[in-house]
Design a protein around this ligand. Structure first.
Ligand SMILES: NC(=O)c1ccc[n+]([C@@H]2O[C@H](COP(=O)([O-])OP(=O)(O)OC[C@H]3O[C@@H](n4cnc5c(N)ncnc54)[C@H](OP(=O)(O)O)[C@@H]3O)[C@@H](O)[C@H]2O)c1
Length: 361
């Protein structure tokens, strides 16, 4: 099978760089074009990454492939969808709102941006959790008259939460969720990102718009979709969060309290999480981990430094599963999820792989 030709917009950013790493030697997709802002257009990729003081702002631990370093960067507005088989997008929402629909007239766009996540004809996909929502793409195409489509992935804080809730919903039902996040710096990207002076020796107790995103997205992802319907019916659970920024480079930690519909012991919760494999179609994809959830018994885990890279940054690590005596049928736990891998680039590549398997791409 010839590889599908992919373009990447936002290639120079934190998430964009992870896309480059995720697509290196990919068996199905080949990265053939890189786009960023006018600031980077006309430069080679390496030149575009060079900061004013001469530093190569390559954020990913894997070395920058010399072939990618030499690739030209074009402006996002200069990309023509029909030159590619699909486009990955890692730009901010305002840029996505303008560029993605233009590209989607001709070609599928898989996006890390929030711009279209809340539109009713747009599924918000995490392959092991809600693969059955993907056919909503066909309604989107019909309604908008597009050959392609826009499929966003969730906010990186939502991803680990929704994955950890999926087996609980299936086994016991979920009534309500309270969550406090301790989010990594890389989640804020580089433009402008978080300034070292503001975060070292500190916790910043507010991330603009983040809490609303997690609350709405979790219900949409765990909602139901009837084939042929024009929208997902959101899950009726209540979700309330506090999102904070901490001085961690990668990996979002979340303290989660869940009110279940049916009482369950911590041992039962651990068991259903351990046994959960997710949707069949999500199991054998090239970027799929051997397990989407790893449950840890050590009460000092999960920790972002130790657990974010589990299964290549594609697993949600869960620990400290305990009974909660305040909520009805309460259970509480801590999770760690990699925000720029499963929560961004590799998670988006996983969605593209699933859509390819579902013959939607
Ligand atoms: N970081 C994460 O953990 C994470 C996780 C999930 C989702 N996301 C989402 O991914 C997107 C990117 O986030 P990020 O953290 O990678 O941000 P970032 O580091 O600030 O990167 C932004 C990227 O957008 C490009 N860009 C800016 N204006 C543009 C334009 N007019 N046309 C084309 N490209 C343009 C920038 O190019 P220049 O270098 O030329 O300015 C850069 O490549 C956001 O929507 C974010 O919410 C991020």
């Amino acid at each position: 099978m010839a590889k599908r030709r992919a373009a990447l917009i936002g290639a120079t950013g934190v998430a964009g760089q992870q896309f480059i790493a995720a697509l290196k030697d990919h068996p199905w997709f080949e990265l053939v074009a890189l786009a960023a802002s006018e600031r980077s257009a006309g430069k080679s990729y390496a030149e575009a990454l060079r900061t004013a003081n001469g530093m190569l702002a390559w954020f990913v631990p894997e070395p920058l492939d010399p072939k990618v370093a030499a690739m030209p960067v074009v402006s996002g507005s200069a990309l023509r969808g029909r030159d590619f088989d699909l486009v990955f997008s890692a730009v901010e929402a305002d840029v996505a709102r303008e560029l993605e629909p233009k590209l989607a007239k001709d070609v599928p766009v898989i996006s890390a941006a929030s711009a279209f996540r809340y539109d009713e004809d747009v599924p918000l996909l995490i392959p092991p959790v809600n693969a059955d929502h993907a056919p909503l793409i066909r309604q989107q195409q019909q309604r908008r008259g597009m050959k392609g489509f826009v499929v966003p992935i969730p906010n990186c804080t939502t991803t680990g939460l929704a994955i950890s809730l999926a087996p609980l919903e299936q086994a016991f039902g979920v009534q309500a969720v309270l969550m406090t996040s301790m989010q990594a710096l890389s989640g804020a990207g580089r433009s402008p990102g978080v300034i070292g002076l503001d975060i070292l020796d500190n916790v910043v107790p507010h991330i603009p718009k983040e809490e609303g995103k997690v609350e709405v997205e979790t219900k949409k992802i765990l909602g139901s979709y009837a084939p042929g319907a024009g929208a997902v019916t959101p899950h009726g659970m209540k979700v309330s969060c506090t999102c904070t920024r901490v001085a961690v480079l990668e990996g979002h930690t979340e303290s989660v309290f869940v009110s279940l519909k049916k009482k369950a012991t911590p041992a039962e919760v651990a068991q259903v999480m351990r046994e959960w494999k997710g949707a069949d179609v999500a199991r054998a994809l090239p970027s799929a981990p051997p397990r989407y959830i790893e449950v840890l018994d050590d009460p000092f885990r999960p920790q972002p430094r130790l657990d974010r890279e589990t299964h290549g940054g594609m697993a949600t690590s869960v620990g400290r599963i305990r009974e909660d005596g305040v909520l009805e049928n309460g259970i509480k736990y801590v999770l760690v999820s990699h925000n720029t891998k499963m929560g961004a680039a590799r998670g988006a590549v996983l969605v593209a792989e699933m859509l390819h398997e579902q013959k939607l791409l």
